[in-house]
Design a protein around this ligand. Structure first.
Ligand code: ADP
Length: 544
């Protein structure tokens, strides 16, 4: 039997139209050196139509790639909505990638138009001679003449974002597309080899945005004022742009002001109710708030942390000292990115609830998962059996763009490279990334467990643990520690502390006190760099 339901495709143009009319009064607020700059979603909707006409005038009439080289701001949101809605493909470039990787991804995606923030135009101009497909550069903001000339070299056309829009009409009819059409793309930072492209569809983005608005998802709702710290080039800003338009939540965009002090100012001035960022951002903000009790954060209810394992001590400190609930979530660029969210089962409180909140969280609706053991057998969801997590679902990629990587797929499942357990009620606890697990003798040591324990020490600012070669055990942990400013800490103190939190045989013998843990382009601890520094003898290691 055929259903009698209308066959209406799930399109980003619907999110755009819905959000900018029904929630016309909600706002996008962009932080600037002079404070906030605001637009209502209603005003933005009119800009989106002008932008669509402008891009058509630049020859974007099909699935051309329109790239962005931008911070989180109003114009970036307009592009997020408009480019897919008009049938083209949005490619948000990660401004922090190494130049060779940026050049590789822009050429691989065949980006034709690039919209660049004026504050990033000078570094972008250095890349441009190597970007073979770029025909138009649109600059958001004013740039000096020499930078403009560099952008225009080799016959490229340079435009000013606002001037381009001002010349256009507010009339535009969004095309009716197939919901499986490509909407946007994002490259994951390849650990070996080149980054790989994930291509999202209208349908995948739409369904993912609805998941964001579910109470057992991120619970985004009307009246929320979300501080969008996670960059729009990092896994779709975790779905906040589309989720906020659907829910009618206001977005507070920090642009380039990502340090703890301006973030705290934004929270107080804009009465933010929530936000999303990686643990390193929240760690800095916590310290700032501890040192500045005068900052009013009473509006802040709940924030999302993900991207790497969040130390439980960080979550507890926010809640106990600032009454801000930190919700742990896990995901991947390949998964749009949301996979799990640590909303505890109903009715639990206190330590019982914490035992769930400290996990990576419960599987999202529509995300199927299985654990696969080293011998390829599927393991039980019993909270004990450890395996590699494999996932399947409507917002999970089934391949990479023009790039075979058969190792990442297993009979239609995406291999996440993450290792952990699942409880019968679908809570995921990751012990590690497969490549970060420390194989000591016949036993595995979770680098994440050691990091979480070490970061619970009151004098530790950051701690990252990697496996390094060891003659006797094959591999042993090395802990790189950043001590809080003004504090003194010895290896002996750390060893004693750790022995109370993990099995004694897991306590590292190698310690390095460092000024800062190196970070990846999206703010995660960069273990590759730590391992390399160790291998090259560049770390001062204390035995303990
Ligand atoms: P990259 O590969 O550049 O880090 P992604 O953000 O796509 O880009 O990384 C996804 C990976 O990040 C996951 O496979 C997982 O290893 C890690 N990750 C994300 N969220 C968490 C979390 N809450 N806890 C532990 N690891 C996480």
């Amino acid at each position: 039997m055929q259903s009698s339901m209308q066959d209406v495709p799930l399109l980003i143009s619907q999110i755009l139209e819905y959000g900018t009319t029904v929630h016309a009064a909600s706002e996008v607020v962009t932080w600037t050196a002079d404070g906030p700059r605001r637009s209502t979603y209603g005003e933005m909707g009119r800009d989106c139509k002008r932008l669509a006409n402008a891009l058509r005038s630049l020859g974007v009439d099909g699935d051309q790639r329109v790239a962005t080289f931008m911070w989180n701001n109003e114009e970036h949101l307009e592009l997020y909505l408009t480019v897919p809605a008009m049938g083209a493909v949005l490619h948000a470039l990660n401004i922090r990638l190494f130049p060779e990787q940026l050049i590789y991804v822009a050429n691989h995606a065949q980006d034709e138009v690039v919209v660049v923030d004026s504050s990033l135009a000078a570094p972008f101009a250095k890349l441009l001679p190597h970007l073979t497909s770029v025909r138009h550069v649109v600059v958001n903001g004013a740039v000096p003449d020499d930078v403009r000339a560099a952008l225009a070299a080799d016959g490229r056309e340079v435009h000013d974002y606002r001037e381009l829009l001002d010349a256009q009409s507010e009339e535009f009819t969004w095309p009716q597309l197939d919901e499986t059409t490509a909407s946007s793309m994002c490259y994951t930072s390849g650990t070996t080899g080149n980054p790989k492209g994930v291509v999202y569809s209208h349908r995948s983005n739409y369904l993912h945005a609805m998941q964001l608005c579910m109470p057992s998802g991120l619970g985004v709702r009307q009246g929320d004022r979300l501080l969008a710290v996670v960059p729009m080039f990092h896994a779709n800003a975790w779905g906040m742009p589309y989720g906020s338009l659907l829910a009618g939540a206001t977005l507070v965009m920090p642009d380039r002001f990502l340090q703890a002090e301006p973030l705290a100012t934004m929270i107080a001035a804009e009465h933010c109710t929530g936000g999303a960022a990686v643990p390193t951002i929240w760690t800095d903000l916590l310290r700032h708030l501890d040192e500045h009790p005068e900052v009013d954060t009473t509006s802040m209810r709940e924030v999302i942390v993900g991207g790497s394992a969040c130390p439980p001590s960080l979550m507890r400190a926010f809640e106990e000292r600032h009454d801000i609930r930190v919700l742990h979530a896990w995901g991947m660029t390949e998964m749009s990115p949301l996979g799990t969210i640590a909303v505890p089962p109903a009715g639990l409180a206190g330590e019982q609830a914490w035992s769930y909140r400290e996990t990576q969280g419960r599987l999202s609706a529509l995300v199927q998962a299985r654990l696969v053991g080293p011998d390829g057998s599927v393991m039980a969801w019993d909270g004990e059996a450890v395996g590699e997590l494999e996932v399947k679902g409507p917002w999970i990629t089934g391949s990479y763009y023009l790039d075979d990587d058969p190792e990442k797929f297993d009979s239609g499942w995406l291999r996440t490279g993450d290792v952990g357990t699942l409880t019968p009620d679908g809570f995921l606890r990751l012990t590690d990334r497969a490549k970060d697990v420390i194989k000591s003798g016949g036993e595995w040591i979770s680098s994440v467990d050691l990091e979480n324990a070490l970061m619970g020490h009151p004098k530790v600012k950051e701690a990252s643990v990697v496996g390094v070669p060891d003659d006797r055990w094959g591999e042993r942990p090395l802990a790189a520690i950043v001590v809080l400013e003004g504090q003194e800490l010895t290896v002996e103190e750390l060893r004693t502390y750790l022995a109370d939190h993990v099995a004694k045989w897991q306590v590292p013998e190698r310690w390095a006190f460092v000024d800062e843990v190196p970070k990846t382009s999206v703010g995660k601890f960069d273990k590759k760099v730590i391992r390399r520094s160790y291998a090259e003898g560049k770390l001062e290691v204390t035995a303990g």
